[in-house]
Design a binder for this molecule. Structure first.
Ligand code: BTN
Length: 258
């Protein structure tokens, strides 16, 4: 049994996340495996972990590099409709808190990238299964660069980092995964208090109060990232004083804007 699986089986004390755990040494994408399982009735909290993903995917149609030493995991949730808009916040916070617990200062880049010193250490992809337009399950896909040197991969070397690069030593992936699942469950069960969750999410974001450029598809808009509203959307104040709600996109801080 791989170390990460035995560590989780022996130490995880969550009520439902990770109770059912599937490990694949190599797979295409844990998102696809989890979706297949969810479609066949897998219970809420089912976790899929891969050692290596050969076609890991990210937000906005990007790919996600998943070499050995990273954590690639997907978690099946079956949220109430009211909890769906909170999933980006709770998933980002679960990783943010985990990294903070390791003594590393991190920040969140809206909606749910986790950065250390401005470099990406974690990406999160949330996908939904719908029945008649209603969410029947959500798959929270989390990729964390743990134990590999991001500098050795030219495609990410310029903007990414890993926990081992930051700490100067490797750490057991099971420990990281355990904290993420535990925090995720804790936050998910508290999704009845959305304002508390959104406040913690916004308070740890690197962009609030700063001038940013938001790129969505082929269009870009510039303004000051004022706040996150109750639906989890980024509220941007444009130069003409109007306000634009951003539902999806890439937020780039504008250098020199404080
Ligand atoms: C992003 O930053 O664009 C999101 C990256 C999400 C990557 C994770 S790794 C586990 C899961 N499986 C995937 O194929 N993607 C997510």
């Amino acid at each position: 049994m791989p170390d990460i699986v035995s560590y989780l089986k022996n130490n995880l004390t969550t009520g439902f996340i990770g109770k059912e755990l599937h490990y694949l040494a190599i797979t295409s994408s844990t998102q696809d495996i989890a979706r297949e399982m969810a479609d066949h009735g897998a219970p809420e909290g089912t976790v899929v972990i891969a050692g290596i993903q050969q076609s890991g995917r990210g937000r906005l149609g990007r790919s996600w590099l998943s070499p050995e030493g990273g954590l690639a995991t997907s978690i099946i949730l079956r949220p109430a409709m009211s909890a769906v808009p909170l999933l980006p916040a709770i998933s980002a916070l679960s990783v943010f808190r985990t990294i903070k617990g390791l003594g590393i200062k991190a920040s969140i880049k809206w909606p749910n990238d986790i950065l250390i010193s401005g470099r990406k250490v974690c990406g999160i992809l949330i996908e939904h299964g719908l029945i008649n337009g209603v969410v029947s399950y959500s798959i929270i896909g989390i990729g964390i660069n743990i134990n590999f040197d991001t500098g050795l991969y030219p495609e990410i070397a310029g903007f990414a980092t890993s926990l081992s690069v930051q700490l100067g030593h490797e750490l057991p992936a099971g420990r990281v995964a355990l904290r993420v699942y535990t925090e995720l469950e804790d936050l998910y069960l508290r999704a009845v208090k959305p304002d508390v969750i959104i406040r913690e999410w916004a308070a740890n974001m690197n962009t609030i109060g700063r001038r940013v450029k938001v790129q969505s598809g082929n269009s870009a808009v510039e303004g000051v990232a004022e706040t996150i509203n109750g639906s989890g959307h980024l509220v941007l104040r444009l130069d003409d004083g109007s306000v634009q709600e951003i539902l999806a996109g890439d937020v780039l801080p504008i250098p020199g804007s404080g």
